[in-house]
Structure formats: C-alpha cells, structure tokens
Design a protein around this ligand. Structure first.
Ligand code: AOF
Ligand code: ZN
Length: 337
C-alpha cells in the first residue's frame, strides 16, 4: 500500500494540468482501489467545468471501474456547495467512495466543510496536510486568506537597480529570453496593472505573447492613475480597464470585483513603490540584466525604511538564468497554508 503522501503527490501533479489563472484553484484527484490500482484520475479545468472529483469519477467510469469502497485522494478538500457545478461531496457519496484524503482544507467559506459532510455520511474522510498540494495553489490560497488579489510586482532592472536611463530610454534592459519569460508569466495571471506614467512613456500593449504568439488566455489589462493617456495603444481595442485612482487598495478592490485572483503589477516605479509602501506586494519578480547605468530611474523608490533591520525580506527565493539575465523571484507574504 503506497502512503497517502505519494497519492497526494499524484493529485498535486494532476492539479497542475489545470489553468493557473481564473477564479478557481487548481485541483487534482486520483481514485485508488483497495489493491492499490489507479481506477480514475481527473483535474479541474477552470470555473464552470467539472471539479476534479467528478472528472476522476467519470474517468473511472470510462475505464469501466467500479469505485465503491475505493479511496479518493484530492489535492483540496471536496466542496460541499452548489456553485457553478454541484457539490463534490454528493458525487463522491453517490459513487460509494469509501475514503477521502485531501491535502489542503478549502478556505473558501462558500465551498468549505466537505470533509465534515462526508464524515457525517459515514465516509472515512480526513485532511492529510500536504505541502505539494498547498504549493500548487499558493497564490490562490493567499488571495482567499488575504481577501484580495495576490500581487506580483515585476520589473526589469540593471545590476545597479535602474529601470531606465537618465534620458528615459528603457528598451531593452533585458534580452529576448527574459522578455519571453515575462510573457509566459502573463499567461498564468488574471490581470496586469500599470500606472498612467508607464502608459505615457512606454505605450505598452500588455498582451501575453509567449514566443511571439498571442496566448489564448489574455489577462485583463488595467491602468491606474488620474492622468489621461489618450491615444495610447492600450486603449485601441476597448478592452483595457481604467482605474481612476492612485490608491493601490482601491485598485485591488476594483480588480477583486472582477474576480481577479492574481495580478502582475508591471510598474512603473511610482506604482510599484505605492504597492510596497502599502504592504500589498506578495511576490517579486526582478529580471536583472548585467548592465550598469549609474544614473536613471530606480526600480523602487523610498519605502520609508531607515534602518537595515526594517528591510523587507523575501522568502523561498529562486534564481533562474535567462540568457545573460537572471530572474530572481521571492515571496513577501507568508504562505497561507
Ligand atoms: C472541489 N474540487 O476541483 C475545485 C474546487 O462555483 P464553482 O463550482 O466554480 O466552485 C468553486 C469553488 O470550489 C472554489 O472557490 C473552491 O473553493 C472550490 N474548488 N473544489 O471540490 C475542485 N476546483
Ligand atoms: Zn467540488
């Protein structure tokens, strides 16, 4: 008998097939028979589509397996609510599943409580805390816990922390690979936010074009600030959102109202600094080019920090070589697991 841990590893791996963007978490489910055989597997493909458990039950049915008495390993606690689809607790009960192990409790009050519902029906359901299952939904879990979109602050800088030269030029600090990576990140989030200053100086499109090809998922593009930017390319197709505020909290509220769970703040420095000052940055992506300018625009402005012990320090740091450049990522909000 393989330990629950390994089957939950499998559930977490299945979850990763789902989209990282969208209002729902990524969830995977594997149904295992008493003899340790996999009877069915499934994952959630995004809001409005079946949850992982019904997907795994359908897979077992397709394969001609009876799941009565089998164990379902799910990366997230089965939901007990009727949302865009029916309760997974009912689907598992109807299929006469014998036991359920889930790696993370569902923090969403609308859907939570499935474990207790199943136990009340005599099914051996329990939480088996699993770091891999939590990692899959780190941003989603953070967003639910914080009650606002998860904020990734992204910028490209020189080795000495400059995002533009003294004359304002900023194209291009980093090379193709780093820029392509940033496009890939855009495919995994719900929204991109910039300030009016960036629209004026860079006139960006802010679309997701990994490998130069427009992605099927295009994040919502939002511009915050009080300055008008008529004629900018971002307004051309009429889909970008104008947020007439300089307050990061207000901007996040407006995005949350549109079911945004993850947003990349792509500057400029004024907006990034405002988010940092407000304690509203959960993750930083700094693309660092081996270039020196000595003068020019700083990636981050004054944060009101006067002494080393007050520095904001990230955790779970990664460093990825992208051509001549390096992407450093770090989390600034503790995992809400
Ligand atoms: C599960 N299995 O595969 C997922 C769950 O209104 P809905 O139908 O879109 O439900 C979304 C909520 O259900 C979501 O916020 C989360 O709490 C839970 N997601 N639950 O049992 C799944 N994706
Ligand atoms: Zn469900």
């Amino acid at each position: 008998m393989v330990a629950a841990e390994s089957w939950l590893d499998r559930a977490a791996a299945l979850a990763l097939h789902g989209p990282a963007h969208g209002p729902n978490p990524r969830v995977g489910c594997v149904i295992v028979g008493a003899d340790g055989a996999v009877l069915g597997e499934g994952w959630h493909r995004g809001a409005g589509t079946p949850h992982a458990e019904p997907a795994a039950l359908a897979d077992a049915a397709r394969r001609g397996h009876d799941v009565a008495g089998a164990t379902a390993y799910v990366s997230l606690e089965p939901c007990a609510h009727t949302g865009r689809t029916g309760p997974c607790t009912d689907a598992l009960t109807a299929a006469r599943i014998g036991a359920v192990r889930y790696g993370v409790a569902d923090p969403n009050p609308q859907a939570a409580g499935g474990g207790e519902v199943l136990r009340g029906r005599g099914i051996d359901a329990s939480l088996a805390p699993h770091a891999g299952c939590a990692d899959v939904n780190r941003r989603w879990l953070g967003s639910v816990a914080l009650g606002r979109p998860w904020v990734i602050a992204k910028w490209a800088q020189t080795l000495d922390g400059r995002t533009a030269a003294a004359d304002g030029t900023s194209f291009w600090i980093t090379g193709d690979e780093a820029r392509d990576h940033a496009h890939h990140v855009r495919t995994q989030v719900d929204a991109i936010l910039v300030g009016t200053g960036t629209v004026r100086t860079d006139d960006p499109l802010l679309t997701a074009r990994p490998a130069g090809v427009p992605d099927p998922h295009q994040p919502l593009r939002a511009v915050m600030g009080l300055t008008d930017t008529p004629g900018a390319r971002i307004w051309e197709d009429g889909t970008a959102l104008r947020l007439a505020t300089r307050d990061p909290r207000e901007a996040l509220d407006a995005l949350a109202a549109r079911e945004v769970r993850t947003v990349v703040v792509e500057g400029g420095g004024t907006v990034t600094t405002a988010f940092l000052r407000a304690g509203l940055v959960d993750e930083v992506h700094a693309y660092i080019a081996p270039a020196l300018l000595g003068a020019g625009t700083r990636a981050v402005g004054d944060l009101g920090i006067g002494t080393m012990s007050d520095a904001l320090r990230g955790q779970d740091v990664t460093a990825t070589h992208l051509g001549a450049d390096t992407l450093v990522t770090a989390f600034f909000t503790r995992g809400h697991q």
